[in-house]
Write a protein that binds this ligand. Structure first.
Ligand code: HSE
Length: 437
């Protein structure tokens, strides 16, 4: 960076959506305290966005405007490029690569970019002595990255994860509280602006998986191969599952979890039953929670808002203050940049306990058929729930809920595949993991 430490840190912001405008507002509103904490002023000097005339509730007067975001990387009067465009490819990636190559510090909120290209970007950051910070990429206003990378820097982490997607947590919470089905709650959430018009990135688990891959990379010191993370969403969860889970003493949450197991890294995003009195079960609505466990530190959980203008702008600006303070840290928290990614082992290598919801014919011998499959696959049953049947001539099937003891994933997958072929079973079984520790 060319500027001396007493001169303002000059910022070029690419992307003036909710977060970009929020950063400008925050810098203006908290100007004095930010300057005091940073040791120098943080001054936006240039911006780039798609629409120059749109009213964003902030003044762009006196700021240089670039139609093409990548030009920010070449502006000699920009010290830090703030990338808030989003997306793993296209202009966001091109801008971050160009800025690092030009030796400029970069702050981004872009989880997909870091999750997919974090290995190469870390190399460029190290080679060009250009910091790359991304606190806002994981769980918005929760200082998750700082907690793992700095607060827990001395400890060997055993696991990391949590509730990493507010849209899914909101939908599951409302389904539980109202008994409405997934499609109805999603449609309501879209009307209220809590879910995107195209909700697939959130509800199919990809957004949570990006955040989990980043947290796991930080926890275990190397970028994680994103394609090795197992990803499931919540489309298949029915209102009945929330209700049966409650009867069994659980709640259902979409969890991202990574841990170092005997077979290597386990990393997955899946809906899970969690005991209803567990701390994570109390995190409802749009809130996120990050859980970490270290060998010395033990377990901790931090909860907060995972999205929105204020929380995300606060995280972006905290990174800017770090840069102003000269407090920069390697991308994956370790001094030697490596492109050698860590691969998660296949899901089938792990273990777990499971909730299984079936729709079965209501006649003698059906449970014997099903338990015979479990016996043959070596899966031990812990409990069974056969709710009062709502059965009539047009709907001759009834629900049957099975809960297993800890078993191997491979055995469970085999059992479910076999149960699915039984003529007495209607519909594909719904399988949900149970997380008790
Ligand atoms: N769409 C995300 C969520 C926030 O619902 O949590 C940004 O990652």
């Amino acid at each position: 960076m060319s500027a001396s430490t007493s001169s303002p840190l000059r910022l070029g912001i690419a992307g003036l959506g909710t977060v970009g405008a929020g950063v400008i507002k925050l810098l203006e509103t908290n100007k004095d305290l930010i300057t005091a904490r940073a040791g120098r002023a943080l001054q936006v000097v240039a911006v780039s966005a798609r629409n120059r005339t749109q009213d964003r509730g902030v003044s762009l007067e006196g700021l240089r405007w670039y139609d093409n975001a990548i030009d920010l990387a070449a502006d000699p009067e920009v010290d830090v490029v703030v990338e808030l465009i989003g997306g793993a490819e296209g202009p966001a990636r091109a801008l971050v690569e160009a800025a690092l190559a030009a030796g400029k510090a970069v702050v981004t909120a872009n989880k997909a970019l870091i999750a997919l290209h974090g290995a190469a970007l870390a190399q460029s950051s190290a080679a060009n002595t250009a910091p790359l910070l991304y606190e806002a990429a994981v769980a918005g206003g929760i200082p998750a990255i700082k907690t793992v990378r700095e607060g827990l820097a001395a400890d060997r982490l055993l696991r990391i994860g949590g509730i990493l997607n507010g849209t899914c947590n909101y939908i599951l919470t409302v389904m539980r509280e109202t008994g409405k089905d997934f499609a109805t709650v999603l449609a309501d959430a879209q009307k209220l602006g809590y879910a995107e018009a195209d909700p697939s990135t959130d509800i199919d688990g990809w957004d949570a998986a990006h955040k989990l891959a980043i947290l796991a990379g930080l926890a275990f010191g190397r970028p994680v191969a994103f394609e090795s993370v197992h990803v499931e969403g919540i489309r298949h969860i029915g209102a009945a599952d929330l209700d049966f889970a409650r009867k069994l003493g659980y709640r259902i949450k979409l969890l991202g979890l990574a841990r170092m197991g005997d077979a290597g890294l386990e990393a997955r995003v899946t809906p899970c039953l969690v005991p209803e009195d567990a701390p994570i079960a109390q995190v409802d609505g749009v809130f996120n929670a990050v859980v970490a466990e270290g060998a010395f530190a033990g377990r901790l959980m931090i909860e907060g808002r995972g999205a929105g203008e204020g929380p995300t702008a606060t995280a972006v600006t905290a990174d800017l203050i770090d840069i102003a303070r000269g407090n920069t840290i390697p991308v994956w928290g370790v001094q030697s940049a490596t492109t050698e990614v860590l691969r998660a082992c296949p899901l089938s290598a792990g273990k777990g306990a499971f909730y299984l919801r079936l729709r079965v014919e209501d006649r003698p011998g059906v449970i014997a058929d099903i338990t015979a499959v479990l016996r043959d696959c070596g899966v031990s049953l812990r409990s069974m729930l056969q709710p009062t049947p709502v059965r009539n001539e047009t709907a001759p099937h009834v629900p049957l809920i099975l809960v297993t003891h800890q078993t191997s994933e491979a055995a469970m997958q085999d059992a479910v595949a076999r149960i699915d072929t039984l003529s007495v079973v209607a519909d594909t079984p719904v399988v949900i993991r149970i997380e008790t520790d």
